[in-house]
Design a protein around this ligand. Sequence first.
Ligand code: FAD
Length: 390
Amino acid sequence: MGGGNAVVVGGGIGGLAVAIGLRRIGWEVTVVERAPALDDAGAGISLHANGIRALDALGVGDAVREAARPQYTGGTRVPGGGWLSRMDGAALERTLGTPIVGIPRSVLHRLLRVALPSECLVTGAEVTAVDRTDPHRVRVAVGDTVRDADLVVAADGVRSMIRARMFPGHPGPAYSGSTVLRAITDGPVGLATDFELTWGQGAEFGHIAFADGRAEWHAVFGSPSGVRYPDPLATLRDRFADWHDPIPALLDATRPGAVLHHDIHELVAPLPSFVAGRVALLGDAAHAMTPNLGQGACQALEDAATLAASLVTAPDVGTALAAYDAERRPRSQAVARAARQAGRMGQQLTHPLAVSVRNTVLRLAPSRVTLGAILRHADWTPPSLAPNAR
Ligand code: FAD
């Protein structure tokens, strides 16, 4: 179909990515973001081949690859330092064309932002209602103003107001039971590996190295929601005191003010649809998942490329959104289930016997099994955004 005009609600990774995709296929786009500035203050992020391929389809893959650090070495460890499994980034690269890459969120966000003309981006403006009563248009209330659009993409995150209005009977996000503290080190740190995860009983500590020598680290453990610490770094030094190097060094290389603390929420009950009328849910609004597979943003990028491609090939918005829902819902919900399961078998496992069995299984698993677990989700090919490609 020809171009129309779209309002994208939310200027996170998902919202910016879909705006880039829509503009690429000739649509007019406005991204409405309630934060006063477009920025992702989170720490770092890893992108698997599926996320990078989606970025390629959107035309920004090379810029991201250039700024990111390929994750060739590392793997999963135990607190004493022994290895449970090794990551073979070179094998991933041979199989998928790219290893996993690590990048500060602020850099990824900036690269997406600069791919859009500034007049597309409206900040400090909150969408308060979306009216779907007219089948030919959708009306979006932004503060005191109303915008008409052919399509609204709700990329408004895990606590999506639009999702709650579309599916009033849906229970919404649930607390996963785990909380995460994370930060980027103040300066470069000497790390022997690009990427590590260490699993203890009911806790995980991990790092991702960046191109500039700094690294992001994260600590995840079970906690009642809402618990906060007056001195998070001191709490972590205490909690991870006898864990292997470089964990103490990463904490020492971090400014106290740099530590972010979030409780992890996810959509446990899968949505019956990602679309209603001319409104499409995308990213965490559609399928917020636990971070255990590092796939949440990758899935949002897949959504963005798929939605744009569906609009190119379909005769009208309704058909395009039906195709988007059919393509994206089963896959993203399967990845969300797998992420929850990975959390249960990884960071959330507390019983010493269960931990010991899990560790033995991982130590004995051939490297092709470890590789296969990554390929299961990472080996995805985006649809083409070119007209008449399908
Ligand atoms: P968000 O980033 O939440 O953006 C939503 C935006 O909408 C926000 O900017 C918000 O201000 C705005 N908004 C909300 N309501 C309104 C409104 N009414 N009007 C206007 N604006 C509104 N994924 C990976 O792929 N790899 C990883 O390594 C990885 N690591 C993670 C680690 C942790 C600890 C966590 C918690 C997540 C991780 N993820 C990872 C998941 C990833 O961060 C998310 O899936 C992704 O950022 C979701 O992007 P989004 O654009 O859908 O939502």
